[in-house]
Design a protein around this ligand. Structure first.
Ligand code: NAD
Length: 372
């Protein structure tokens, strides 16, 4: 298959972890004879330095002409004095708006090998595997009117959704639930907010098209509690923009390190893939960043843009194997004995494990006579 990927490595640890993610994509392409092409582009602080703006027109054009965009991270302390609209982070917001993705997918899972890294008890997080589907283009972040009226000392934002906006993201969530454990929890505040009542009614309408999916509704306050005391009860969590922002960060606690969390934003003109973490200026340039979040983001790209599910599973299996072998970057080591791996070394371990998994897949396909 052919896939044109725009690579926006960005700032800080962005280029370090992106290199390892692209490496596994190249391995998948070489193994399966896929024609993946990678073009580099500028965003964030790197773009300000080179082109005077965090989202140059050339980046916009290249992004819209690609099949998928892979982003490392943006942000650099040297731009902190600039107004928000000129800072590196503005480049990322402009990119997201240009691509138009409305469904932000954030997995939150417990790697058994990292159980001790979570502040939650191992018995609570065991086998947790949640997929957040967060609406990304509506709600309080974009609703009008919004204002800070300095004369009257009042400020307001508007949580506004149309039925169409709710329906399109709900369909993404139902489709994904159908490929998982077939349970969808829709999170709202329908006991107080009219917008949540519309949300709930729309989700119930869409649910009629997916009779195989078990649907439950939870208030956001209850959900935030259940995420900490019984996260295993969730499969897919569908929610609006602000609730999703808060709840998915809360669920990040389950994994125990920001460095291993992937994300994807789909539904727009071009899908966007980025690890959850930022540019980590405190460790940038030292070669110690954890590339696993970026590598698992590459797996999401294989799943959602390339439609190569077996290869996505192969990357995830490779990461599991490497973590189970005890390999640790500094953020995961927690005073453990043993060698602490650099970004590059961790990437090499995962890439080597991936080659083994892909060879195993090819061998079992040969034995069963299945060709893909
Ligand atoms: P951050 O995610 O960059 O870092 C938070 C902490 O986690 C730091 O201690 C960092 O060292 C650690 N960390 C993050 N990723 C890691 C990894 N892969 N391996 C090991 N440790 C890792 O968040 P922050 O410090 O709040 O923000 C730093 C900059 O990044 C800011 O400019 C912020 O605006 C930007 N940011 C960008 C994005 C993005 O590009 N998507 C997301 C969040 C923050």
């Amino acid at each position: 298959m052919q896939l044109k990927v725009l690579v926006l490595a960005g700032d800080g640890i962005g280029p370090e972890v992106t290199e390892q993610a692209i490496r596994v994509l190249r391995t998948v392409a070489a193994h399966g004879d896929h024609a993946f092409t990678f073009e580099d582009g500028l965003i964030g602080g790197a773009a300000i330095d080179a082109a005077g703006t965090p989202f140059p027109p050339a980046t916009r054009e290249a992004a819209l002409a690609s099949d998928a965009v892979f982003l490392g991270a943006v942000g650099h302390n040297k731009f902190n004095a600039l107004p928000p609209s000129e800072r590196p982070e503005a480049g990322l917001l402009a990119l997201r708006a240009a691509l138009g993705g409305f469904a932000n997918l954030r997995p939150a899972f417990a790697h058994p090998a990292l159980a001790d890294n979570s502040p939650l008890r191992p018995a609570v997080i065991e086998e947790v595997d949640i997929l957040f589907v967060r609406e990304l283009l509506g709600g309080l972040y974009f609703g009008q009117p919004r204002e800070w009226n300095r004369a009257t000392n009042e400020a307001w934002n508007t949580m506004r959704y149309t039925r169409a906006e709710i329906e399109r993201v709900a369909r993404v969530a139902f489709e994904l639930a159908g490929k998982r454990r077939k349970k969808l929890t829709s999170v709202d505040k329908a006991n107080v907010l009219e917008v949540s009542q519309l949300w709930r009614a729309t989700v119930n309408e869409v649910a009629k098209d997916y009779p195989e999916i078990t649907v439950e509704h939870e208030f956001v306050d209850a959900c935030s509690m259940h995420l900490m005391n019984n996260p295993r009860r969730f499969d897919v969590i569908l929610t609006e923009n602000l609730f999703g922002d808060i709840l998915s960060d809360e669920a990040g606690v389950i994994t125990g390190s920001l460095g291993v969390l992937p994300s994807a934003t789909i539904g727009g003109q071009v899908d966007l893939f980025e690890p959850v973490h930022g540019s980590a200026p405190d460790i940038a340039g030292q070669g110690i960043a954890n590339p696993v979040g970026a590598i698992l983001t590459a797996a999401m790209l294989l799943r959602h843009s390339a439609k190569l599910e077996a290869e996505a599973l192969a990357v995830e299996q490779a990461v599991r194997t490497v973590l189970e072998s005890g390999a640790r970057t500094k953020d995961l080591a927690r005073g453990q004995q043993g060698t602490i791996l650099s970004t590059q070394e961790m990437g090499t371990r995962v890439n080597d494990a991936l080659i083994d998994v892909l060879r195993g897949q090819a061998e079992s396909a040969r034995l069963t006579g299945v060709t893909r």
